[in-house]
Ligand binder design. Structure first.
Ligand code: NAD
Length: 481
């Protein structure tokens, strides 16, 4: 698949290549997939200028017109589902089935916001004055700068682009340096769907900082939307603050997964094995602390270990592979460090616990799917986001304590609860300080539902009606008649 030509980026409707390029590799085997244009601050500034010029025209189109384009983009993405999924597996590493599911999820945002575009309603408000009428309208915020991650390289793009376009905003997007190829394909589809020149712009780069600096400091950018680490998100939000840019931040998590005494331990363990190892643990909603009641700990662990131990790691293109590679060596080292720290402090490795270096895996970034028991508060893994295939299990015996333990984190994105008691379910839902809570459910996400976190997990929501409001200003008119 490697080629000597350089993949282009999109500015003002033109696909252009730069002299400098960077290499994109397959994380399963280290092979080069392509060279990609390596943009810098000037490209970001040019892209912002293009988006700024295009804003007046695009924001004046009807909501129905924008809806029709998004609907066409949805059709095109569905038509190209197989090829996009294959590209994603090669570039990001997730198994082909998971990549196919992600493309469907990405397309869902195009369809959902195509529909929502037509429902950007205003309202009238009764006044206390007989001569006065209030009306409220919602207007697009303006030029949006978007930064997206590598772990969901197609859906994190449509989750931002679709509502921004529906609202009437124009966009400059910088994808993660590990996954620009998926971004390029998404932009081609949107262009083919009829998004006009300058309305969407793509700046690829191996060095995100100068591009991020333009996004934060160019006055023409009115909104910054970011998905990635809490550390970078906070830095960008601080940098955008002097201009009071609007920001949406979808950051890290440290999800608790609580299994109460009355839960079915086998059902809960199956759920844990699916959601913990989703995308090889590289999802912000992956559980990072599995709290299991002592009375059912044994059957829970038995099921969990037998399922996790049977997961095959390898190239996501191969049939039967459940665990793909991690994104890079740094990610491997972080996982390894957390496991080494936990075992040194007394945790027990029930399966996995090491880097995989068999001949067919040695050139990729593979870590064995791992279950740790006896995890305690003083271990790194108890507080740090793992972003890898390790399930840390903590046994508890007091239902009142477990909510306090679950809330004892600076993050607040996802949480999971397994119980058969409706009162326990409702109490947990109300008391857990997290933005997304799955009750006997490991997939509480949808284009129709608000996604986002509290505290260090971020600001704002994506998807749903809330996801559209992030790109709209509220305007009040007071009319004296
Ligand atoms: P990261 O925050 O460094 O990267 C995410 C995005 O931010 C990428 O597009 C990257 O190019 C960009 N970025 C990095 N520095 C930037 C800067 N100075 N200016 C502008 N953009 C910048 O995350 P990572 O290093 O890829 O992953 C590390 C950790 O981030 C993970 O372990 C995980 O905790 C978290 N993460 C979370 C999500 C999520 O879905 N919330 C996604 C990816 C990573």
């Amino acid at each position: 698949m490697a080629s000597s030509s350089v993949e282009p980026m999109l500015i003002n409707g033109q696909w252009l290549t730069t002299e400098r390029s960077f290499s994109v590799t397959n994380p399963a085997n280290g092979q080069e997939l392509a060279l990609v244009s390596d943009g810098g601050a000037q490209h970001a500034t040019d892209a912002v200028a293009a988006a700024h010029s295009a804003f007046a025209g695009w924001s004046a189109t009807t909501n129905h017109h924008r809806a029709a384009i998004l609907y066409r983009a949805w059709e095109l993405m569905c038509e190209h589902k197989a090829s996009l999924a294959q590209l994603m597996t090669a570039e990001q590493g997730k198994p082909l089935k998971a990549a196919t599911n992600e493309v469907q999820y990405a397309a869902d945002f195009l369809l959902w916001f195509a529909e929502e575009a037509k429902r950007i309603y205003g309202e009238t408000i009764p006044s206390a004055r007989a001569d006065q009428r209030f009306i409220v309208q919602h207007h697009p915020v303006g030029v949006v700068a978007a930064v997206t991650p590598w772990n969901y390289p197609v859906s994190m793009i449509t989750r931002k682009l679709a509502p921004a376009l529906a609202a009437g905003c124009t966009v400059v997007l910088k994808p993660a340096e590990a996954t620009p190829l998926c971004a390029i394909e998404v932009f081609k589809l949107l262009q083919e769907a009829g998004v006009p020149d300058g309305v969407i712009n793509l700046v690829t780069t191996s060095d995100p900082a100068p591009v991020g600096e333009v996004f934060c400091t160019d006055e023409r950018v009115k909104k910054l939307t970011f998905t990635g680490s809490t550390q970078v998100g906070k830095m960008l939000a601080a940098n955008a603050a002097p201009q009071l840019k609007r920001v949406s931040m979808e950051l890290g998590g440290h999800a608790p997964f609580i299994v109460y005494k009355d839960a079915d331990p086998v059902h809960a363990a199956k759920g844990a094995s699916l959601v913990k190892f989703l995308n090889t643990g590289q999802a912000c909603i992956c559980p990072n602390r599995l709290f299991v009641h002592k009375d059912i700990a044994e059957p829970f662990l038995q099921t969990l270990v037998s399922r996790v131990g049977a997961m095959r790691a390898g190239d996501g293109m191969e049939q039967g592979v459940a665990i793909g590679p991690l994104v890079n060596d740094k990610a491997l080292e972080k996982v390894d460090k957390q496991v080494t720290d936990a075992t040194a402090k007394g945790a027990e490795v029930l399966c996995g616990g090491k880097r995989l270096s068999e001949p067919d895996l040695a050139d990729g970034h593979f870590y064995a799917p791992t279950v740790l028991s006896g995890v305690r508060e003083d271990m790194l893994i108890y507080r740090e986001e793992t972003f890898g295939p390790v399930a840390p299990v903590i046994v508890f015996d007091d239902d009142d304590d477990v909510i306090t333990m679950a809330n004892d984190t600076h993050y607040g994105l996802a949480a999971y609860v397994y119980t058969r008691d409706i009162a326990t379910a409702m109490r947990s839902f109300e008391q857990l300080q997290f933005g997304i809570i799955g009750i006997n459910d490991i997939n509480p996400t949808s284009a129709a539902a608000p996604f986002g976190g509290m505290n260090n997990s971020g600001l704002g929501r994506e998807g749903a009606r809330e996801g559209l409001m992030e790109y709209l200003e509220t305007k009040l008119g007071g009319f004296s008649i």
